[in-house]
Write a protein that binds this ligand. Structure first.
Ligand code: HSE
Length: 404
């Protein structure tokens, strides 16, 4: 029996350290499942870690890893597109497997990298890139692949869900909830990627590739974050038995997929409404399966490390999934176009001076009026129709949030 699987880890931040801890502390479990020990040969980081138990393994030179023939798998936990992409290319080309938690690289370059891995007879795996510790990529590639997927929708960003939950439960301000999330290690280095929805867009792009066999460009996905959500929106949602959640959605729409990221009003009885804190969930609607939901901790050291090390199992035992390749064809220039046909009801809040005009335009009586604001719940309409109706209020509506 092969006795050791040797890995190198790129990055010694929250995730990289979590992987070191898991490999060190769960060696017995790894031996049991993999049939061999796992050895960490190198850790690449710009910094030194004299006080870390892994400090001796740190190198500042990627070549120490690339040229070490004993390294079979490179774990990329650096974040950011560059140089993570170039290091991944080099490792795959050198015949090393790569496991990553880096959704930015998978969403931007996944089409090239899965092909490069296949050409070199190695694996490129990214379970940790979506939903942190939740196993969702593997089931989408295996146990539910025989279904026709109608929709994938998910709470894909722990930081924003943590913020929305704190605003809802404790009435916290946006800023104080964000700094808590940063202190807990959930947020990206630059939290704009979380709060503006980009991180969720990267993740729904990856899920779209798996669900519909086409990888959209992230900048083609209609993306709204949570920076415009007001405490009064959260209270309004509660008053009508709803929650506000930032969702990534990929709807097959009869072959004309709609992919978007935006805050949605979700009825309390929907399972997604009760996903709180840093937890993520991915709900898949498929034919003939029906609805399934995957739920778990979407960020943080232990959860992400679990998904990364889990990706080692098929590599070491040889039971790998390879149908990733056809799904990662780049799809250009249609996702944004189809969003104009997306249809929903809207919650609209505006200054009361717009009352008369909005009542006519929206063909709806105000739902409520309070504190100088007027609130509407519209009939179902397309994005195109809503844009045409509210064009003249550009920048003046206080809130415009869709119902799921
Ligand atoms: N910043 C991300 C989040 C980390 O909050 O979900 C996990 O991808």
């Amino acid at each position: 029996m092969k006795r050791t699987h040797t890995v190198a880890i790129l990055g010694h931040g929250v995730v990289g350290r979590g992987v070191c801890d898991l490999i060190t502390n769960n060696q017995r479990e790894l031996v049991h499942y993999l049939g061999c020990e796992v050895k960490i040969a190198h850790i690449l980081d710009l910094r030194d870690f004299p006080d870390s138990p892994y400090g001796e393994l740190v190198t500042h030179l990627f070549d120490d890893i690339l040229l070490d023939e004993s390294v079979e798998t490179v774990i990329e936990a650096m974040g950011g597109s560059h140089p993570a992409y170039e290091y991944t290319q080099a490792a795959l080309s050198a015949g090393k497997n790569v496991i990553t938690s880096n959704k930015e690289v998978v969403a931007n370059f996944g089409d090239k990298l899965v092909r490069l891995a296949a050409e070199n007879g190695v694996s490129y795996r990214f379970e940790a890139a979506v939903g942190g510790g939740i196993p969702v990529i593997a089931p989408m590639l295996s146990s539910i692949r025989q279904n026709r997927i109608l929709e994938v929708r998910g709470i894909l960003n722990g930081t924003t869900n943590y913020i929305l939950t704190k605003m809802f439960t404790y009435g916290d301000s946006f800023e104080s909830a964000l700094s808590d999330a940063q202190a807990l290690g959930y947020a990206e280095k630059n939290p704009d990627a979380d709060i503006l929805g980009t991180d969720s867009a990267r993740k729904i792009a990856i899920l779209t590739a798996l669900a519909l066999d086409m990888l959209p460009s992230v900048d083609e996905i209609h993306t709204e974050g949570i920076t415009g959500i007001r405490a009064s929106d959260v209270r309004f949602a509660e008053s009508i038995g709803h929650r506000i959640k930032l969702l990534g959605r990929c709807i097959s729409n009869g072959g004309k997929p709609v992919v978007c990221v935006a805050p949605f009003l979700i009825p309390c009885e929907s399972p997604l409404a009760s996903v709180n804190g840093v937890y993520n969930a991915v709900e898949i609607v498929a034919e003939p399966l029906g609805n399934v939901m995957f739920y778990g901790q979407g960020a943080g050291a232990g959860a992400t490390a679990s998904a990364i090390v889990g990706d080692m199992i098929p590599i070491v035992t040889g039971g790998g999934y390879n149908p990733i390749v056809p799904g990662f064809n780049r799809a250009e220039h249609f996702i944004r176009a189809e969003f104009s046909t997306f249809s929903s009801r809207f919650y609209i809040a505006a200054d009361e001076r717009h009352r008369d005009e909005l009542t006519v335009l929206l063909e709806a009586e105000p739902y409520s009026e309070e504190g100088g604001e007027v609130v509407y719940i519209t009939k179902e309409m397309t994005e195109k129709e809503m844009d045409a109706l509210t064009e003249r209020f550009e920048g003046e509506l206080l809130s415009k949030i869709r119902f799921i």
